[in-house]
Design a protein around this ligand. Structure first.
Ligand code: PEP
Ligand code: MG
Length: 902
């Protein structure tokens, strides 16, 4: 044997294939499907696939093809000519081929296709003679020239379409089907002249040249803007590129005994086990896709072509059994003969995904574990949130794009624009639906955010205040819409040459991060029965506990419905601002915290804090009640104090009036609170170190609430958590202060009340010195929002400005995903691993969880499972995602072990 030459081309046809259905990475989904269908004896036209490795080579070598490709391509063509007994470009019996892209993951409509390749002025006559159909042959020819011109040479589609329309007007015909051969012939000549005029070269006649052109266009489409964007949005990474499938053309448009269709082995909308699809007689696949003619339901084909339909039914059964999943198939009937052109795992609605997974497991087609593996986090997400009605015309959508931003919370929202939280509240009060638009939000805005349908900010990333708060409520939110120019004074915003004023309607698509002008219809999906079944299977499988981040009794109750087993993070500062149960009391709360901040003596501070105490206690009681029997982790005050006081003069005056102090005193204190770098400043547990009375009030509120609940037979398990600690001694001071208050209250109450004192791990130093810190802390909760910020030196509030470039494959592409959304397992993860190991070295039973936004991100949840954490904590709407991901983590681990043993 000589030196082995790398194989780039894989042939298939007449029952044999060099490739394999498993080789999706190498042959792309389409190529692998064609090879597999050929092997299992289905009728597939012959062809060959140029591998994704060739595409990878192409991009790695300055857009040059591998040297051996030329020879292998020629051999592939020769083999195909032998199988089909036709020749490319032959004037008597020409072989025509389709050239299509196909990567390992389906990217519908993103990449290119060229049909009828091999036609020229001579071979078209051969086609006409062979089919005895001039009209058909010249129609095929013009389709080829049209596609080649736009796809390969990039000539504007509209210019070509325009010529077609003009020709029809000239001939006085309406439908394409009425155009005679001469019309198509004329159009071909026109297209060719246009081609020459635009490109400076004649249209290529040589089929080999045509083939290379088409291959180049398919490879080129891999890096086209829309394909790159699609991969980013769908989080598709790690692929080599696209394969190129060159397949013998079969024609569904040769007469009434021909046709083409697309079908699914089950209903992709409902998941029901019925054969579902569309069929068009005397047509090519493109006619179905382009929607030029309205196809008929597949079942009608049973009457029109009973024999072929019966054959197709058999293919359906065979393919679903073979692939053990719902298939989306394309077929063509040429003169009564069925050809399968494609099979792939079908896309489905989230509801259908659940139904199919559960049905297939019950049918024993797949195992329960496989059923769990079949669901994606997005399936769950999209199950709950309203979305823009898919019936809305895509083109009208495009024309209404105002801006794009970071898709912080999915779902869609419609409302009238307001630019302040106060306006939001006032407008909502009178029954208006509003979207709150801000440059950024702060805790002060929470009331307005709560009543808004959706939230839009010009700055911020996925863990900015707006994103975190909105996620907690499952409220549609777009942040970091940097191009949006917001003018608070004139109550207007503009972008993309459009201006939207206060009171005008906009629509947010939080799933895609797109802002549209106008009011669009939304639809709310319904929870399918299969959802409960599948989630039960997931719960039986997972090891990780799943808690929730919830700050109010309402959120806590909602989270229980979603399956939360406790609270992993209750951010108490939101309680200082909004009274969710008695909104009229919000103002009182705000004034109390502001009075505390403005006080200059300890006594005055304590007096103000005493006013807050009953509010916090009431909230805690509500939360404990909602979480009866489950642990509740309550974090003491965290944000820098300047976030609680007004910065504009008018509001400062109002505050001064309410508190009966001089406005200049207010202004001075606000000025004093200013920090150049507040995120690294006087915040977190540092506030309780300097103002122990805050800690005392909060601990008192927690423990008094717990005692009251315990007296009412509610099982309470409070866990008091200190944020942003960085040192053992620091935590010890806090722990002692906490226990002093708590133990005293418990002793005096006479009830038995176990509680824990622990800390968040949010700073690299805390993770590094976890062994020391764990000597004091009874539990750790990784605050990965801050830990990401401090480890990477990336501001969670400002990095939205440049981070998109860091995750854009076409730009810097430094990260595969936004590290505030999906854990940086390499860097931040290393600190977490270290922190857990070191922490458990001094306290083996240390309870460990995560409460940063990553707790609701499937990829991060799986990582937490591998780290041996006890639980993850996610915002209520993401609890089901975490439950599913935790179960998938167990299954993946098992599969990994099995494959290692092998
Ligand atoms: C964190 O930093 O990860 C965290 C949960 O706290 P916050 O988001 O409130 O800063
Ligand atoms: Mg934090």
């Amino acid at each position: 044997m000589g030196v082995s030459v790398k194989k780039w081309v894989y042939s298939f046809g007449t029952g044999k294939a060099e490739g394999d259905g498993e080789w999706k990475d190498l042959l792309g989904g389409k190529g692998a499907g064609l090879a597999e269908m050929t092997k299992i004896g289905l009728p597939v036209p012959a062809g060959f696939t140029i591998s994704t490795e060739a595409c990878d080579y192409f991009y790695k070598h300055n857009q040059k093809y591998p040297a051996e490709l030329k020879k292998q391509l020629a051999a592939g063509v020769t083999r195909l000519q032998k199988t089909t007994r036709k020749k490319l470009g032959d004037p008597k019996n020409p072989l025509l081929v389709s050239v299509r892209s196909g990567s390992a993951r389906s990217m519908p409509g993103m990449m290119e296709t060229i049909l009828n390749l091999g036609l020229n002025d001579r071979s078209v006559q051969g086609l006409a003679a062979a089919t005895k159909n001039d009209r058909f042959a010249y129609d095929a020819y013009r389709r080829f020239v049209q596609m080649y011109s736009s796809v390969v040479m990039g000539l504007p589609k509209e210019d070509l379409e325009h010529r077609l329309r003009a020709m029809k007007t000239r001939l006085g015909v309406k439908d394409d089907t009425s155009v005679p051969a001469s019309g198509w012939k004329e159009l071909v000549a026109e297209y060719k002249a246009f081609f020459q005029q635009k490109t400076g070269s004649p249209f290529p006649d040589d089929p080999t040249e045509q083939l290379w052109g088409a291959i180049g266009a398919v490879f080129g489409s891999w890096m086209a803007e829309k394909a790159v964007t699609y991969r980013r949005v769908e989080k598709i990474t790690g692929l080599l590129g696209t394969a190129v499938n060159v397949v013998q053309m079969v024609f569904g448009n040769t007469g009434e005994n021909s046709g083409t269709g697309v079908c699914f082995t089950r209903d992709p909308s409902s998941g029901e086990e019925v054969f579902y699809g569309d069929y068009l007689s005397n047509a090519q696949g493109e006619d179905v896709v382009a929607g030029i003619r309205t196809p008929m339901p597949l079942r009608e084909m049973a009457n029109a072509m009973p024999k072929v339909y019966a054959q197709l039914e058999k293919v359906r059964v065979k393919l679903e059994e073979h692939y053990r999943d719902m298939q989306d198939m394309e077929f063509t009937v040429e003169d009564g003969k069925l050809y399968m052109l494609q099979t792939r795992t079908g896309k489905r609605t989230p509801a259908a995904a659940f139904r199919m997974a559960v049905d297939m497991a019950n049918e024993k087609l797949i195992s329960k574990e496989e059923a769990i593996q079949r669901l994606k986090p997005e399936d769950i997400e999209r199950l709950f949130y309203p979305v823009i009605d898919a019936k809305i015309d895509r083109r009208s959508l495009e024309s209404r794009v105002l801006s794009t931003g970071i898709n912080a919370v999915p779902g869609a929202a419609v409302g009238k624009v307001v630019f302040s939280a106060q306006d939001a509240e006032a407008w909502a009060e009178r029954g208006e639906k509003v979207i709150l638009v801000r440059r950024e939000t702060s805790p002060e805005d929470v009331g307005g955010m709560a009543v808004a349908q959706g939230i839009l900010t010009a700055t911020g990333g996925k863990t900015s205040h707006a994103a975190v708060v909105a996620r907690g409520w499952g409220k549609c939110c777009i942040v970091g819409a940097e191009k949006l120019d917001i003018d608070y004074k004139s109550h207007r915003m503009s972008a993309a040459g459009k201006t939207v004023s206060e009171g005008e309607w906009i629509t947010l698509d939080g799933g895609e991060g797109i802002v549209y002008t106008g009011e669009m219809p939304l639809v709310s999906p319904q929870l399918p029965k299969a959802y409960a079944t599948l989630m039960k299977w997931a719960d039986e499988t997972r090891r990780l506990g799943v808690r929730t981040n919830a700050d109010t009794p309402q959120d806590a109750r909602k989270a229980r419905e979603f399956g939360a087993e406790g609270i992993g993070l209750c951010r108490t500062e939101h309680m200082f601002f909004t009274d969710f149960e008695q909104p009229e009391k919000s103002h009182e709360r705000q004034r109390a915290i502001q009075e505390m901040i403005l006080a200059d003596t300890k006594e005055a501070r304590v007096e103000a804090l005493d006013k807050l105490l009953p509010f916090q206690r009431r909230d805690f009681i509500g939360i404990f009640q909602a979480m009866d029997g489950f642990p509740v982790t309550i974090r003491l005050i965290d944000p820098p104090l300047h976030e609680f006081v007004p910065h504009d003069r008018a509001k400062q005056e109002e505050l001064a009036r309410d508190l009966n102090i001089d406005v200049n005193t207010v202004a001075r204190r606000v000025e004093q609170l200013h920090e150049a770098n507040p995120m690294l400043g006087h915040r977190g547990c540092r506030l309780s170190i300097t103002y122990p009375e805050i800690l005392e009030m909060q601990v008192r509120a927690i423990i008094e609430a717990a005692i009251e609940c315990a007296g009412n037979k509610i099982k309470v398990l409070p866990e008091i958590m200190h944020p942003l600690t960085l040192d053992r001694k620091e935590l010890q001071i806090l722990e002692q202060g906490t226990r002093r208050v708590a133990d005293d209250l418990i002793r005096r109450s006479g009830v038995k009340l176990p509680y824990l004192v622990g800390t968040m791990i949010e700073l690299p130093r805390a993770a590094l010195l976890a062994d020391e810190i764990a000597e004091v802390a009874e539990f750790f909760s990784f605050g990965t929002n801050d830990l990401t910020q401090t480890t990477m030196g990336l501001s969670r509030d400002d990095s939205g400005r440049f981070l998109p470039d860091y995750v854009d494959e076409k730009k810097a592409g430094v990260f595969a995903a936004d590290p505030f959304q999906s854990l940086d397992t390499k860097g931040v993860g290393l600190l977490m691993r270290w922190g857990i190991e070191r922490g458990r070295s001094t306290r083996p039973k240390l309870k460990v969880g995560i409460c940063g936004e990553h707790g609701g991100d499937a990829h991060s949840v799986k990582f937490c499972h591998r780290l041996g954490m006890d639980y993850v904590s996610a915002s209520p709407f993401r609890v089901p995602i975490a439950r599913l991901a935790a179960a998938q983590a167990v299954i993946e681990e098992k599969l990994e072990k099995q494959s290692k043993r092998k």
